[in-house]
Write a protein that binds this ligand. Structure first.
Ligand code: QVW
Ligand code: ZN
Length: 327
């Protein structure tokens, strides 16, 4: 049964089921007065009629093969549907770490080949748009509604645009729950993606990997088989949910956890995100925001690890600070 507004065609039953409740995310016109209020309050919202990346709505596989350029692109290969991000620079911190995916470099033509004959593997192209793309793609990129996003960046005092990541994923691919330290306008171009979001207040329920781990910022909880003995507060998560289709732009606020999956039987999905550095506050106001508290927790963890030089000493030391004194 097709679902969704207008000519949106997807079967909502084709997304994986999870153990927690979800509530919908508002879908508002870019000029609706509540849209800017939600963004100003760092709450997620699907913004319609931005025409943000309309020039990229034609970016199907054939078009990308023609215009993405003959350079090498970053493609992840996974033996499962999950593409859990890891920071290669932190692997040295954790000799026991086994990367859950392989990073490959290939031309788009080679990527197309993999899509046609994936074998048991799955592939996910994740490539920052840069000056290696073809002329036509540059023209499409210049044709993005920069007036709109530049105005938003100014209005909400965000930092600079750091990158636009092009994402070309196989049906069913999942980017597991994580948070980013950047503001994100996520533009869906082809196919359908479901995004589950969790506010930064649920930090204590999503158990991110330790900061020195390559999986820093990623949840330790396997949403397909949550280990409630190790992660008991996962029972408390309450998600926000939206299915994005072509033309939708989702504002993913900095520090909001998100789990993103391509509809299992949709066409190959194409998205482009707009990552902005967070703004700087000129003066600290109290009470602190939850985002500021997450940033403080990260800084404390970094400083303590730096001082102790040994992750195994973190828990006993923190327990001595807290137990019987602050709890
Ligand atoms: C590597 C970025 C993946 C993306 C989610 C997805 O489309 O799979 C995301 O998490 C983001 O845009 O922040
Ligand atoms: Zn993300």
């Amino acid at each position: 049964m097709a679902s969704g507004s207008g000519d949106r065609k997807y079967d909502p039953n084709k997304f994986r089921k999870y153990t927690f409740d979800t509530e919908p995310i508002p879908r508002l016109h870019c000029y609706h007065p509540d849209t800017d209020r939600l963004i100003a309050n760092e709450r997620p919202v699907v913004i319609t009629d931005t025409h943000l990346a309309d020039t990229a709505l034609k970016w199907d596989l054939e078009y990308l093969a023609k215009h993405l350029g003959s350079g090498q692109h970053t493609v992840y290969r996974s033996k499962t549907h999950k593409f859990k991000y890891y920071d290669e620079k932190k692997i040295k911190n954790l000799p026991s770490f086994t990367p859950p995916t392989q990073v490959l470099r290939m031309t788009f033509a080679e990527f197309l080949d993999k899509l046609r004959n994936p074998g048991k593997d799955r592939y996910y192209l994740q490539q920052a748009l840069n000056d290696t793309v073809g002329k036509q793609l540059v023209l499409d990129y210049l044709g993005f509604n920069w007036d709109y996003v530049n105005e938003q960046q100014r209005k909400f005092k965000w930092g600079p645009l750091t990158s636009n990541l092009l994402l070309v994923g196989m049906p069913g691919n999942v980017t597991p729950a994580h948070y980013d330290e950047q503001q994100n306008f996520f533009a869906q171009l082809r196919g359908y993606k479901r995004v589950l979001l969790f506010p930064p207040e649920q930090f204590g329920c999503l158990y991110s990997h330790p900061i020195h781990s390559p999986h820093d910022r990623q949840s330790q909880v396997d949403f397909d088989a949550p280990d409630l003995a190790r992660f008991p507060r996962f029972r408390e998560v309450r998600g926000h949910k939206v299915v994005l289709g072509p033309g939708d732009v989702l504002y993913i606020p900095m520090y909001w956890w998100h789990h993103v999956e391509s509809l299992v039987d949709s066409e190959v999905t194409v998205s482009v995100n707009f990552w902005y550095k967070g703004g700087t506050v000129d003066k600290i106001e109290y009470p602190l925001s939850i985002q500021q508290k997450v940033a403080i927790m990260r800084n404390i963890e970094k400083m303590l690890l730096e001082a102790l030089h040994d992750p195994d000493q973190m828990a006993p030391l923190l327990c001595d600070i807290v137990k019987g004194r602050y709890d």
